[in-house]
Each structure stands twice: as structure tokens, then as C-alpha cells.
Design a protein around this ligand. Structure first.
Ligand code: ADP
Length: 218
């Protein structure tokens, strides 16, 4: 069954979400108050309409109430983003995802009932910073303000040693939750797993602990 989405604001972020969802075969209603943007997405989204999303009557007329998941990707105009989110929560939309420009914006969005607040620029900045620190860090995902998951290539100091010998949990306070090798993934690595070239570790922990682990072993 096709799921229905609406994307409000077709800038770089909203536009990319809209394209990806459409490519995956989802029904997408694309909304923007800029005619050029709508023309650009006419042949990409299932429907593309010029609407100012801060106008409650227009949103109602579109039948937005029947949409499962609305993504608000209005960038610079924080006021419009907040007002749109309020209208959508008042209408009782099941799931609302909103892009935040900064922490204050995010705080307000959480207060007014956004289900998911995303910070694409900040998060991507962090991920890239981590991969710049070490070529071995492949990915970085923030779980909360102070906990993350990282995907790292096995460090030279780890080669030939087992998980129990390295005792990463006791020494660094973080957990190796999975080890990938080529196409194989082991989601419950045993204590006697011996690291070899090509191993990729998925590590979860507090940022300060992961940072120590990265500095010493990776
Ligand atoms: P990004 O940083 O993701 O590129 P932009 O700020 O450039 O974001 O894009 C936001 C989009 O949202 C623009 O296409 C703009 O026309 C649209 N937009 C801004 N305000 C409204 C509004 N009130 N109603 C509908 N679309 C809006």
C-alpha cells in the first residue's frame, strides 16, 4: 500500500526528501508558495501545489488532514515554520516532522507538538567533522545530546586481539554492538572475536567515552 506524505517547502532539504520519497514510489503532495519551485516538482511529486502553508484555510482545502505524515522543510522563515506546525498539530495530523534552523527553533517546535524535529545541517556537520578527525570513522549518528553510535574501521592497535583482551567496555565505557566484515554482519559478537583487517565495528556509548576510544584505539 502506498503511504501518503506531504512536503512543505521545496528548498534543498525538502526538495531532496520529496524526490527520494517519490523515487521510492510513495504518494507525495509537494507544497511551496513559490511558483518556480512548484513547476520544478510538477513531474516529480504525485501532486504539486502553490500554497502558503501559513494560511490555514488553504491547507484545509487541500485535504491535508488525510495525509499520514507531513514534513515541514521551510528553511529561513522560522515564523512560517512555527505557524505551519501549529496549524498542522491543530488539524490533528498523525505525524509531523519539522526541520529546525537552530536550538531555539527546535525547542519551540517540540513544545508545540512536532513529533520529530530534525537538524540536517548540524547533524551532517558533526558526521563530517568525525570523519575528518579520523579516516577510520565511517559514520556517526547522534542518539541524544551526549550519546552516539559510530561506525569505525578496526584500528591497527586492535588487529589480532580479541574483544575480551581489549575489554572495550571496561576500558572505554562503550559497547561494540556489531561487527561487519564484507557482507557479513555479526550483531552479537562474542568475547573471543579476534579482530582482523577489514572488520568494521558499530560502537555505542557516551560521546566522551567514544571519543577516548577513537583516540586510543582507532
Ligand atoms: P533549504 O535551506 O532547505 O534550501 P530554503 O529556506 O531555501 O530551505 O527553502 C524553503 C522553501 O520553503 C522555499 O522553497 C520557500 O519557497 C518555501 N516556503 C517558505 N515559506 C513558505 C510558506 N509560508 N508556505 C509554503 N512554502 C514556503
Amino acid at each position: 500500500m502506498k503511504r501518503e506524505f506531504a512536503v512543505i517547502g521545496l528548498g534543498r532539504f525538502g526538495g531532496s526528501i520529496c524526490k527520494e520519497l517519490s523515487m521510492e514510489g510513495m504518494e507525495v503532495l509537494a507544497i511551496d508558495n513559490n511558483e518556480d519551485r512548484i513547476n520544478e516538482f510538477k513531474n516529480i511529486a504525485s501532486h504539486a501545489v502553490i500554497v502558503d502553508s501559513t494560511d490555514e484555510a488553504s491547507l484545509k482545502e487541500l485535504g491535508i488532514k488525510n495525509i499520514d505524515h507531513v514534513i515541514v522543510a521551510i528553511g529561513d522563515d522560522i515564523q512560517a515554520s512555527i505557524l505551519t506546525t501549529v496549524i498542522l498539530t491543530d488539524l490533528g495530523i498523525k505525524k509531523i516532522t519539522v526541520k529546525a534552523q537552530n536550538d531555539y527553533h527546535a525547542k519551540i517546535l517540540n513544545k508545540i507538538g512536532a513529533d520529530q524535529v530534525v537538524h540536517p545541517e548540524r547533524d551532517m556537520g558533526k558526521r563530517i567533522a568525525h570523519s575528518i578527525i579520523s579516516n577510520n570513522i565511517l559514520d556517526y549518528l547522534e542518539l541524544s545530546d551526549d550519546h552516539s553510535i559510530v561506525e569505525v574501521k578496526v584500528g591497527e592497535k586492535m588487529l589480532g586481539k580479541t574483544l575480551v583482551e581489549l575489554d572495550i567496555r571496561a576500558n572505554y565505557g562503550c559497547n561494540v554492538v556489531a561487527i561487519k566484515h564484507g557482507k557479513d554482519i555479526n550483531v552479537s559478537p562474542s568475547a573471543d572475536h579476534r579482530f582482523s583487517e577489514g572488520d568494521i565495528l558499530i560502537v555505542i556509548g557516551a560521546d566522551k567515552d567514544i571519543s577516548r576510544f577513537e583516540k586510543h584505539l582507532v
